[in-house]
Design a protein around this ligand. Structure first.
Ligand code: PRX
Length: 638
């Protein structure tokens, strides 16, 4: 049953793919337009209906309270805890015996958890956290490789009403230090290390170094994953397995889930913005649970029999929403893999799709482009017929990668859900649903309840086909509530440029069919391989090197990464810009921020183009680097 394709398209906007009868027959949302109409006719009634798909300790009094814009509140008066829906309600049903999580390590080791088993580990670890004095509202930093304990730690933190701050395991010393300090975490949960592309990433060492730069949290819990040597500081550091094996009288198998207000914080997640200081995006229990549940169900059509694989890392919003919480709320079976897609060979992912019978596979354009390089013979040697739906996230997917993914992985029968969303939005915002017609490279339309538009500098809608700022015109349940400890920055970053509109930070175009095409960031955020990095954060890491006086970084198009970092560096006098220094600086950036922030190219310069007020004109650098005049670069960039 293959998709039909219109013959000989002229432009990507005319190239359309239609779903098969089989896909249509089983869609959770058979009529997206009707769902959109239901939500636009009565937004609150729509989101009340979706909230009723979940269990609550107590239902809300008000669906949406917009009396203090832009500090919207959802399901006010409702009592819940995300763990009530992710675990507690399942272990009371037959699902207690269903697999919640299948995990494979890079070395091929496999671990599985039924809902019952996952709940037991979560209860035990929740008791460990309590015994360390962690209580409702306290922050816990989780800095882990991609292993089941990451999921357990997140759920255990949520269960007792504490707030997790997961820091991506690919980040390094300074990025981790800043995030621990800002969150004022009481406990850090980490591991001796993780396996990535045949190498050991020694996380505990990075934690030790980060903690030398900050007032130490009270405790560090260390999961033994690699079995490598680590230094344990007496009175501060504890082994996870030892804590989990304390006599049952102290750390029992039972732990009551904390009853939370719908609006109580669930987690903070740092993301890069236009200043050097990352923003701690705050999400809550109630609205977030509803939003991620509704969108996963509608977009990826999850069924009880599915085996879902989201290749993201739990350290990013994609992992929070669609590896950990939404799949568990749906009672699904989720697969998680520790390592690199090409280890030991470029068919590692395809091997595991076949081995575990994955049915829905959600990944990124960078990964697809990377695997595409090795040619179709790698996927072709595997039986990928279990796949039903594919997905993409994190950056615009170029039509060539889309077609390759569709043809070689989906065998022309799996629609690709190109989901556009952000750390801030918590849930998918623009995305196809399986019955919709697809155009390679377009995230199609806003989901039900979401009103998106493309506007000019004045906030007025632009004509179809014209480029402008993407904005969101009404609130949604999984929206961020604020920036932790910085509500003014929440208002100024997102709600000030255009009155009553959420400013996304992306430019986009809408075509004659109402399909949205995301172009890219319009602020100083660079999306390297889909990872979000702030220019200011990278520049300040440069300046922390003894040889650097000043630095400016920009993102330039890159075949594989989508965008790559180029740096312009002014050296302090007495330092010579040679190849050795380039290498040293790249190492320094990787050590401070993490390997993802390593610049592609470093150029030593004598001056940097600046405005009269001293602001670096990255736009000018970008234009020069691409051999264009300054006017050729998007006028949207400030
Ligand atoms: O620029 C958009 C891009 O990723 C940004 C959000 O980054 P982050 O908060 O790290 O979240 C990534 C995962 C949800 C957006 O402002 N982006 C995300 N998804 C897409 C995308 N760009 C184009 N198409 C997408 N599907």
């Amino acid at each position: 049953m293959s998709n039909t394709k219109t013959p000989q398209p002229n432009t990507p906007q005319d190239e359309v793919y239609l779903p098969s009868a089989e896909i249509i027959a089983q869609a959770n949302v058979p009529n997206p337009e009707a769902a959109r109409k239901e939500a636009s006719d009565n937004l609150e009634a729509y989101w009340a209906r979706r909230a009723n798909e979940l269990e609550w300790y107590k239902k809300w009094d008000t669906v949406l309270d917009d009396s203090n814009k832009p500090f919207y509140q959802w399901y006010v008066g409702g009592k819940t805890n995300i763990v009530l829906n992710a675990l507690d309600r399942h272990v009371k049903t037959w699902r207690r015996n269903k697999l919640a999580l299948i995990w494979e390590g890079e070395k091929g080791d496999v671990r599985t958890f039924s809902y019952h088993a996952l709940n037991r580990e979560v209860c035990k670890f929740a008791n460990v956290l309590k015994s360390m004095g962690v209580s409702k509202g306290d922050r816990v930093t989780i800095y882990m490789p991609r292993i089941p304990e990451t999921v357990i730690a997140m759920l255990a933190t949520a269960k007792i009403g504490a707030v997790h701050s997961v820091v991506y395991g690919g980040f390094s010393v300074e990025a981790l230090h800043g995030r621990i300090e800002d969150s004022e975490s009481k406990v850090i949960i980490t591991a001796d290390g993780g396996n990535m592309n045949g190498k050991k990433i020694e996380l505990k060492k990075i934690v030790d170094e980060a903690l030398q730069r900050t007032a130490a949290p009270e405790n560090v819990v260390v999961v033994k994953h690699l079995g490598s040597d680590v230094t344990m500081e007496a009175g501060r550091d504890y082994w996870y397995h030892e804590l989990m094996n304390l006599p049952l009288t102290r750390n029992g198998l039972r732990c009551e889930t904390e009853v939370m207000d719908a609006e109580d914080p669930l987690f903070i997640l740092y993301t890069s913005g236009t200043t050097g200081k990352p923003k701690a995006i705050l999400h809550t229990h109630g609205g977030y649970s509803v939003g991620i549940h509704a969108t996963l169900k509608d977009v990826f059509d999850l069924k009880e029999e599915d085996r879902w694989w989201c290749t993201a890392d739990p350290g990013w919003i994609t992992g929070h929403s669609y590896i950990v919480y939404a799949p568990l709320i749906a009672g699904a079976t989720s697969f998680m893999y520790e390592g690199a897609p090409t280890f030991p060979y470029p068919d590692r992912w395809w091997t595991m799709i076949e081995k575990y019978g994955i049915t829905v596979f959600y990944s990124t354009p960078t990964a697809i482009r990377g695997l595409m390089r090795f040619g179709p013979s790698w996927p072709n040697r595997h039986d990928l017929s279990s796949l039903r739906l594919l997905g993409s996230v994190g950056e615009p997917i170029n039509p060539e990668a889309w077609r390759w993914f569709h043809k070689n992985i989906g065998k022309e029968k799996c629609p690709i859900m190109d989901t556009w969303w952000q750390t801030e939005t918590g849930m998918f915002m623009l995305s196809p649903m399986p019955v919709m017609k697809l155009k390679p490279g377009s995230a199609t339309k806003p989901l039900p309840g979401i009103e998106a538009d493309v506007v000019n500098e004045e906030g007025i809608s632009v004509a179809d086909g014209e480029e402008g700022f993407l904005v969101l015109k009404n609130p949604w349940p999984a929206m961020m509530r604020t920036i932790f400890k910085d509500p003014e920055r929440y208002v100024s970053t997102y709600w000030t440029k255009f009155p009553n509109m959420y400013f996304v930070g992306d430019s986009a175009r809408r075509d004659k069919d109402g399909y949205f095409w995301i172009i890219g960031r319009v602020d100083d955020v660079i999306k390297v391989s889909g990872y979000r990095l702030g220019t200011a954060e990278i520049e300040s890491a440069f300046v922390s090197h003894q040889s650097v006086a000043e630095a400016a970084v920009i993102g330039l198009p890159h075949e594989l990464k989508g965008v790559a970092i180029h740096a312009y560096v002014i050296l302090k006098s007495g330092h010579e810009g040679n190849e050795q220094l380039v290498e040293d600086l790249r190492k320094h950036i990787a050590h401070e921020l993490g390997p993802i922030a390593k610049p592609e190219k470093i150029e030593f310069v004598k001056v940097l183009p600046k405005t009269r007020s001293g602001k670096i004109m990255r736009r000018v650098l970008k234009a020069r680097a691409q051999g264009m005049s300054e006017g050729d670069i998007s006028t949207l960039e400030e």
